[in-house]
Ligand binder design. Structure first.
Ligand code: 13P
Length: 268
């Protein structure tokens, strides 16, 4: 692993990328990296993540308590959210939080990214659920994220933004780019009359490719109970198949409500 100063520089570089790509406004967003079982580097609160230098970066322990911070800098106000992910996913080495325009618009509209519309998004992410709204900086967001953290590497935060995590800083950042690109394509294709979704068979072939590549992280291709029984994986069961995830339940609930309304309107 690179030395601590190198990692601080990498965090600053990723901060620049997030800011320059318009994935955050003002002082928004935060980034962290696990450097040992009880040491984590994180961005400070209340600064533009596009203009940081290594001295800005703080060090905290697994409870989010400050181990080292230069004068004038305090760890991110969302450190509890980061620490919960590390606690519940020992494979995770980095967490990235941002407010990318399209992904956040879906999070505000309450629409999870579940439609399989392009190979890269299906392979990299599977689908992206929405963790229910929580007040920033409280335990409400970590609690909401916790529900999905064993099944996905990317989660939308209702009325707030997006959270991605992975086994390296670059990979956690890349997942944020993938989430935003997927959200943007989904939004635009909906304006063009609605996306033509990949078929179940096409999705299964992409899952197979993901398995063959031995890609790390949590994904329906590896988690669905059907897969373990040698059957086709669900696209959006989020590993809860049998119990059913909120994502799947939300779509079913929506279909049920619309059907009831149509039946009522038609007087059937
Ligand atoms: P911090 O600057 O405290 O990390 O907060 C930014 C943010 O985006 C909160 O959601």
């Amino acid at each position: 692993m690179a030395n601590e100063f190198e990692i601080k520089k990498q965090i600053c570089d990723i901060g620049k990328r997030i800011y320059n790509r318009g994935m955050v406004a003002n002082n928004d967003g935060n980034i962290s990296v696990k450097i040992s079982e009880n040491e984590f580097l994180c961005t400070p609160t209340g600064v533009s993540k596009g203009f940081m230098t290594p001295e800005y970066i703080c060090k905290v322990d697994r409870d989010g308590k400050v181990l080292q911070a230069n004068a004038g800098f305090k760890p991110s106000s969302e450190i509890k959210m980061h620490m919960r992910v590390y606690k519940e996913r020992p494979d995770v080495k980095s967490v990235v939080h941002a407010h990318p325009m399209y992904a956040t618009a879906f999070a505000i509209a309450g629409i999870p990214l579940t439609q399989p519309i392009m190979p890269e998004a299906v392979i990299a992410l599977g689908c992206v659920p929405i963790a229910k709204y929580g007040t920033p900086s409280t335990n409400e967001i970590p609690d909401a994220v916790s529900e999905y953290v064993q099944y996905f590497d990317a989660v939308l935060l209702e009325n707030h933004g997006a959270l991605t995590f992975s086994d390296s800083l670059l990979s956690a950042y890349n997942k944020m780019e993938s989430v935003e690109f997927y959200a943007q394509l989904l939004y635009l294709s909906r304006q063009l009359g609605g996306p033509k979704e990949l078929s179940d068979a096409q999705v299964q072939r992409l899952y197979e490719i993901r398995r063959q590549f031995g890609m790390t992280g949590k994904h329906p291709a590896n988690l669905c109970a059907n897969t373990k029984e040698g059957k086709a994986s669900c696209h959006n069961c989020g590993g809860h198949c049998g119990q059913k995830s909120q994502t799947a339940n939300a779509s079913e609930e929506l279909v049920k409500n619309i059907t009831a309304k149509v039946i009522k309107e038609l007087g059937l």
